[in-house]
Design a protein around this ligand. Structure first.
Ligand SMILES: Nc1ncnc2c1ncn2[C@@H]1O[C@H](COP(=O)(O)OP(=O)(O)OP(=O)(O)O)[C@@H](O)[C@H]1O
Ligand SMILES: [Mg+2]
Length: 293
């Protein structure tokens, strides 16, 4: 997991969209006037029901798609004239399906491809490749053919192959889809470690438990519009609006609301938070009872 610390979270805006509209050909717009900013060092969850525009929006962040109208700015600069290959130095994009990315004969070659393509010295390419394999625990598969590895490993190879380019911003489109519980949390911990090193991470997912547990910020799309964008805890306050959008909060959040009348924190996001709040409540009661005798 070795890597130099990068800039920690600041007020610097790394990504911005201004009144972003996008339509695929003659189809109705998939994005309808999205204006948002993302701070360098943030870990943002991007959610919304199928077809709400998550992938379409994310592909604008690294120039894979270009606005029909409006602007995308990277560190304050409009990216309209910047080629995808150059943007990839700063914004890494991990595709929804790992098999759309993997093509090399070995895992090592797959992960080396990006940094080599950036024109780096071979020693630096090797250094980054080894480090990316180490971070994602892939070293033992270095000489394996990635296309025949299990799905969880293919997923990690596809992420390591983007991470090895050391983009400051890392966008992952449903990286845990199809992974079991263990692989999901293993991957989320590794992404959290990258966030702690200073990377900005944008995570697209349908799993609100992951948002609750891992991403401090959350944006919600509905029919191509930005419905909510705030700290995750604040976004989760809008449970009726989310439910209308067919986004279900984790059951523990529902339980916290049910238990709020007895004094448990209403906005608990995870089981440990709810348990801690309940333990506090019991402790307070014991103190009160002891004081009464
Ligand atoms: N290549 C394409 N050509 C035409 N329409 C497309 C294309 N890709 C997406 N769309 C349409 O654009 C809209 C937004 O799609 P998008 O894939 O961005 O949604 P999403 O939120 O990522 O959905 P999912 O959760 O299913 O991945 C949808 O109406 C979709 O049908
Ligand atoms: Mg998508």
């Amino acid at each position: 997991m070795a890597d130099e610390p990068m800039s920690s979270q600041t007020d610097t805006i790394c990504l911005e969209t201004r009144d972003l509209w996008f339509a695929y050909g003659d189809n109705p717009p998939a994005l309808r006037g999205i204006s948002l900013t993302i701070r360098a060092g943030d870990f943002v969850g991007l959610v919304g029901q199928n077809g709400s525009g998550k992938t379409t929006l994310a592909k604008h962040f690294n120039g894979l798609l270009r606005p029909t109208q409006g602007q995308v700015l990277l560190y304050g600069q409009d990216i309209r004239d910047r080629p995808v290959g150059e943007l990839a130095r700063t914004v890494g994009y991990v595709f929804q399906n790992p098999d759309h990315q993997i093509f090399s004969a070995t895992t090592r070659e797959e992960i080396a491809f990006g940094p080599r393509n950036l024109g780096l010295e071979e020693a630096e390419v090797q250094r980054r490749t080894e480090q990316a394999m180490e971070h994602f625990d892939l070293t033992e598969y270095a000489d394996h053919q990635p296309a025949v590895l299990g799905f969880g490993l293919r997923r990690k190879v596809s992420i390591a192959a983007v991470y090895s380019m050391r983009p400051q911003i890392l966008i992952l489109d449903e990286p845990t889809a199809g992974l079991d519980w263990h692989c999901t949390h293993d991957l989320m911990e590794r992404l959290t470690a990258l966030h702690r090193q200073g990377h900005t991470i944008i995570l697209i997912t349908h799993d609100m438990r992951l948002i609750a547990q891992y991403t401090p910020r959350c944006m919600v799309l509905r029919e191509g519009k930005l419905l909510l964008y705030d700290d995750t805890r604040k976004v989760f306050e809008h449970c009726d609006l989310l439910r209308e959008t067919h986004i279900e909060l984790p059951q523990v959040c529902e339980l916290a609301r049910e238990l709020a009348p007895i004094g448990v924190r209403r906005d608990a996001l995870t089981v440990p938070e709810l348990c801690d709040s309940y333990a506090d409540l019991i402790a307070r009661r014991e103190v009160t009872n002891a004081g009464g005798h």
